[in-house]
Design a protein around this ligand. Sequence first.
Ligand SMILES: Cc1cc2nc3c(=O)[nH]c(=O)nc-3n(C[C@H](O)[C@H](O)[C@H](O)COP(=O)(O)O)c2cc1C
Length: 175
Amino acid sequence: MAKIIIIYSTTDGHTLKICHQLKTVIEQQAHQVELVSIDDAQQVDLQIFDKIVIGASIRYGKHSPHIYEFIKQNQQRLESKPNAFFSVNLVARKPEKRTPESNPYVRKFLQQISWQPREVTVFAGELDYQKYGIRDRLIIRLIMWMTKGPTDPNTLKDYTDWKQVDAFGQVICEM
Ligand SMILES: Cc1cc2nc3c(=O)[nH]c(=O)nc-3n(C[C@H](O)[C@H](O)[C@H](O)COP(=O)(O)O)c2cc1C
């Protein structure tokens, strides 16, 4: 049995929802999973975990700066154990932009950090206009219009491929 930590960064909760699904899949293989917000991650003793996973969503083109800081401060420890990273964003709603090589945010992220995660993936996120404030809603609608996505302000669409999430849970078990 492995003890696995998944450290996540979320704004509207969708990345956490993905983490819960990963936890369910991994625990079915009799491993233990702890989900920790990036806000609390500095207080955690990484030493006690056998594997480390980091997941973060994109907001206006970037993963949270806290994710960068955490990786920088813990790179040695990360590299000393099986480790993985996943990104959540809406560009990945297009299947051709859903691999680490084809997703612009993941490509850029991996260029910016010196940690090379053993496993990397990218999940499509959720679009929920009603959850956003007026300014965010306007900007996301504009981005969606430019990228031929839905612009109806009532749109609530989960683009995540949950089978892909389950498969990544399996990858984490086996890494
Ligand atoms: C204010 C805001 C900005 C966003 N910016 C981007 C973006 O630049 N590129 C993108 O692909 N997705 C973008 N998204 C989509 C989010 O990555 C997506 O909704 C994801 O599911 C959010 O996950 P979270 O709830 O864990 O934060 C944005 C969403 C919001 C609300």
